[in-house]
Design a protein. Sequence first.
Length: 475
Amino acid sequence: MARPLTRIDSVIQAVRTRISARIDGPGSRLPSVRAQATAMGVSVSTVVEAYERLAAEGVISARAGSGFYVSGPAAPLALAEMDPRPDRAVDPLWVSRQSLETPPGHLKPGCGWMPSDWLYHDGMRRGLRQLARANASHLVDYAGPLGLPALRQLLQRRSAAVGIDAPMEQILLTESGTHAVELICRFLLKPGDCVLVDDPSYFNYHALLKAHQVQAVGVPYTHNGTDLEAFERALQDHSPRLYITNSGLHNPTGAVLSASTAHRLLGMAERSELIIVEDDIFADFELRPAPRLAALDGLSRVIHVGSFSKTLSAASRCGYIAARHDWIEALTDLKLATSFGGGHLAMQLMHIALTDSGYRRHMQSVRTRLADARKHALRQLQPLGITPWLQPEAGLFLWCQLPDGRDAAALARQCLREGIVLAPGNAFSQSQRAADYLRFNVSQCQDPRIWQVLARELRRADQRPVSVVCQSSLM
């Protein structure tokens, strides 16, 4: 059993955490001995001893008459130590790692993808067989800078179907949807910039923005899209560089952007010279297309991104960026600098699968299965007192509030011991106002053990004192 931290250990850990998170970089001056002692509520001698131990290890150095400074090159970036929380269960990286690393027998109602047997196995197999018979160069060569022309032409046609005028010369293929957003962040952001995200929003945005050392500000999301009053205040207060959002089938709420909200939002963005990144990864789950900001804006200030990992395969990934021509040129250079030619084989496989005669029928079947799964999940949630914030008409997710202010992070830890991976609300909330919310993936909610474990853990919680959490009035 680990020994408890001493006061000296606590000071050392606090300094190391700031260095690991790159809050204090090489050459940064640490707080004075007296200031650190006051801040941490310890004696001056405790801080002196802690600083001396760190100096002996070469982590910091003393300068006579000046104080202590961080030594050496920048520490390896430790995302888990940036803005550390005592409860790792609300950390977005925790959700991702538990979903990806848990043993096969674990159930994953909190993960963000469909079960493997819901994906397009037949089409992927046909594509692989076709590629195996193709010219050997198709299997081993690099792709061109923009990516496979046939797939970009297909994406041009698919974009036109939802009103987006995106010539294939303005479409750049990437390794995934996440890679697309990463390239955009590299291209447009510098440390210290402000980025707006929906609150709640996809948790990996938070981790990605943290890695870029920018300030993320949450804007409440309503049943019709962005809360426009809060959005306008954020524009005035923070002068953000980017806004990252979903228009159709918002993650995690399942809401859909309304046309009136879209028009007003674009007007505000234009006046403030804000750039919008519209993530359209769930487009093929829609029953009817939502208004697209990129269609209304004409790819002027809106950058449209997407991928097919959720419907085709997460094992062979390919994403894309549609943007104005000069930005695509710069993003292409950046892609070459960071990943060179891209996954030619994956691009070809995506093109074959998407143009396969069975893909449309496959997605019709998936949408029907999701509708049935959503009804099933709603029936199971009701007797548990877990309330959907919205009942979406399509997509994977239900955004749900626990009864009586229950702590979703604590419930997630308890259920994990029973082999159930949940997604606590504060992993999605920049403001941390979703402590009593969970995101359920209806496609992963078929096993009755999920509801049995949830019912049991909620009953146990009834026997413990319940602390009331702060809730957003917009949740």
